[in-house]
Write a protein that binds this ligand. Structure first.
Ligand code: SF4
Length: 182
């Protein structure tokens, strides 16, 4: 019987190839949606809707965390916005590992590891820490060279495509140039 892997999905475009990759490695893969870092809420919903469509196209089980927890995200990052990405990874990967432990998944991973735009090593450290804490194994592969393959899968599907990483800090960095956040 295939081992169960819970794949945190940060967005549909990064999840597409990540899902296929882990499925090809022989895992039974479910995708987990928990992204309190995506602001504002309407943007979160647009990205979630794209993920739902992808799950139908690629026929994977999508587990959607009902809690948005935007306020908790801001409470955690507000004091040190420069270190927010690690905090952001900790929230999302920590929750994924905890969910995986509670519902009997042997492994967890994330679509974050396909993106060349993420702080890759920070995300690896975060996942390793939660693997230790929960006992769920961290399935790691550096898929950054397959980023464009993932985009090729989603291109014909006409899914909503985001213009910034997720948080309002990243939105400002993308569209505002004069006064970057401290
Ligand atoms: S830039 Fe992206 S990874 Fe970093 S805190 Fe914002 S949403 Fe999270």
């Amino acid at each position: 019987m295939a081992a169960k892997l819970l794949l945190h999905g940060c967005c549909a475009h990064c999840t597409a190839y990540s899902f296929k990759y882990w499925q090809e490695q022989g895992f039974e893969v479910s995708v987990y949606w928990y992204n309190p870092n995506i602001h504002p809420f309407t943007e979160h919903q647009n990205r979630l809707e794209a993920m739902v469509k992808l799950s139908q196209e690629l026929s994977f089980e999508l587990v959607t965390e009902p809690l948005y927890q935007m306020a908790e995200y801001f409470k955690k990052v507000a004091e040190k916005p420069d270190e927010r990405c690690r905090t952001c990874f900790d929230m999302r990967l920590g929750q994924t590992a905890v969910y995986a432990a509670r519902y009997g998944y042997e492994y967890f991973s994330s679509s974050l590891f396909i993106s060349p735009h993420q702080k890759h090593q920070e995300a690896v450290f975060s996942a390793e820490a939660f693997a230790k804490e929960t006992g769920v194994k961290f399935a790691y592969a550096d898929l950054r060279k397959r980023y464009s393959d993932s985009r090729h899968i989603t291109k014909p599907l006409d899914l909503y495509r985001q213009q910034y990483c997720g948080c309002i800090y990243s939105e400002y960095e993308r569209f505002g140039k004069t006064d970057p956040p401290a």
